[in-house]
Design a protein around this ligand. Structure first.
Ligand code: IMP
Length: 430
């Protein structure tokens, strides 16, 4: 039996999709627990490029059961689109996809609200993905949201429920943005049509997960976004609206800490952030642009260029500590090939003080300047390395340095997008 949590230990986009795909080869079920269509990864199926936002990348393994659990906010229209796109590419999903009746609905008006609120924030915007995530979680917390279980109602009943919720929201939105002219009837009919697709998939996913764990199955719990975007532990308000830590993953799916066999923190060999908010190790100049181009650092959900920086061991230590990471998966090491030197932030300087921890308020974090340790770069490409011992010595030293500074062992290393470009790092790498 195994129950592995895979979560991002930076600001999202760490390459969780690839790690989950790799680990799902022997998994019975892959579970999304929080977040919604703000997440995104691109997969290639039968030569077709598909962007997945709600369905985890483990879906590409036909034996894997796919569970979207209670803590998620699900856009029914986006989910139906994803199911249909995967099926067109030959990936059958409906017989193995289970959708929690307790997950909440992202309505089209939540997306509009997200965009209106961003517009009102002006320069102080969060830089959300515009997918309606914050508004849907806000309605859930205010007890005015729509659990997906209500999609089990008959069409007339569902139509009436949606009409009340959407009408109320639109009245409120029109007061904020009088230029808005969203149509409601078309959205309601699209949602009723989506309900016909989703109804057979709805169930009590908590019971299902308990049954899988009790039957000693292999379960992968896929965190979305990254621990540094966590609502409680990130740099508020520049965060997402869900809990992206191991604890958030568990509360989102109904498993308990004692069920967990390992917590894998996924980190990139450098750092990226999309959206606004403090980012101490951000690189402003040519090196940042070089990382962006070589690493294809453009958002899978919004296409926005990602901000790039050096590996921040202070931030990753914090992320690993709050989630109890037992190991790290280090991705995109190959993107650093050819750099003369690579830097790692090991502490911050803030108002004349040396900080070794990640501050809990974003204004202090914004005042932090990184203190770097420098490591030699490597010119030999790592992309074709298949064992840790094949890596250039300087690359091995860099990985060992990260392990030492974060205090968590690296187990997996990724040197390219393909499944085969995944190495096991152990003592042999040092
Ligand atoms: P929201 O989750 O769309 O509300 O966006 C809030 C913040 O989280 C913004 O800075 C987004 O760019 C960031 N964010 C949300 N989801 C992801 C993700 O999957 N990867 C990286 N950043 C994300």
């Amino acid at each position: 039996m195994s129950c592995r949590i895979v979560l991002g230990a930076q600001w999202g986009d760490e390459g969780k999709g690839k790690v989950v795909d790799y680990l799902s080869a022997d998994a019975d079920a892959v579970v999304r627990c929080q977040g919604g269509a703000n997440a995104g990864h691109t997969v290639v199926v039968s030569g077709r490029k598909l962007a997945l936002h709600l369905v985890p990348s483990g879906a590409l393994h036909p034996h894997c059961e796919i569970i979207l659990a209670n803590g998620m906010v699900v856009d029914p229209l986006a989910l139906v689109d994803e199911i249909e796109a995967l099926e067109r590419a030959g990936v059958e999903l409906r017989s193995r996809l289970r959708l929690s009746t307790a997950a909440h609905t992202v309505l089209p008006c939540h997306r509009i609200q997200d965009q209106v609120e961003e517009r009102r924030r002006g320069n102080g915007g969060i830089g959300t993905t515009g997918r309606g995530i914050g508004p849907a979680y806000a309605d859930k917390a205010a007890r005015t949201g729509i659990p997906l279980g209500w999609f089990q109602r008959d069409d007339a009943n569902l139509r009436a429920t949606l009409r009340v919720a959407i009408q109320h929201k639109l009245e409120w939105l029109r007061a904020l943005a009088p230029d808005l002219a969203p149509e409601m009837d078309g959205d309601i009919e699209r949602l009723v049509a989506a309900a016909a697709v989703l109804r057979p998939l709805l169930c009590d996913t908590t019971q299902r997960l308990h049954a899988l764990v009790d039957a000693n199955k292999h379960v992968v719990l896929e965190g979305a976004q990254g621990a540094l975007l966590d609502l409680d532990h990130g740099s508020y308000p520049y965060v997402t609206s869900s809990s992206c830590t191991a604890a958030g993953v568990l509360s989102g799916c109904g498993l308990a800490p004692r069920d967990v066999t390992s917590v894998i923190g996924v980190v990139k060999a450098y750092a990226t952030r999309v959206g606004n908010g403090p980012f101490p190790s951000e690189i402003a100049g040519a090196d940042g642009e070089r990382l962006r181009q070589i690493g294809h650092e453009f958002g899978a959900t919004t296409g926005r260029p990602r901000r790039c920086g050096w590996f921040d061991a202070v931030a990753v230590r914090h992320a690993a500590r709050i989630s109890g990471c037992s190991e790290l998966a280090l991705t995109k090491l190959d993107v650093l090939d050819g750099f003369d030197r690579v830097l790692i932030a090991d502490a911050y300087l803030c108002h004349g003080e040396l900080l070794r921890h990640f501050p809990s308020d974003s204004e202090t974090l914004a005042a932090c300047k990184p203190r770097y340790v420098e490591a030699a770069g490597w010119s030999t490409p790592t992309t074709n390395c298949r064992r840790a011992s094949d890596l250039p010595a300087a690359a091995r030293r860099y990985v060992a340095r990260i392990e030492d500074l974060v205090g968590v062992p690296v187990r997996l290393l990724s040197v390219g997008p393909e499944r085969e470009a995944t190495l096991h790092w152990g003592d042999s790498g040092r």
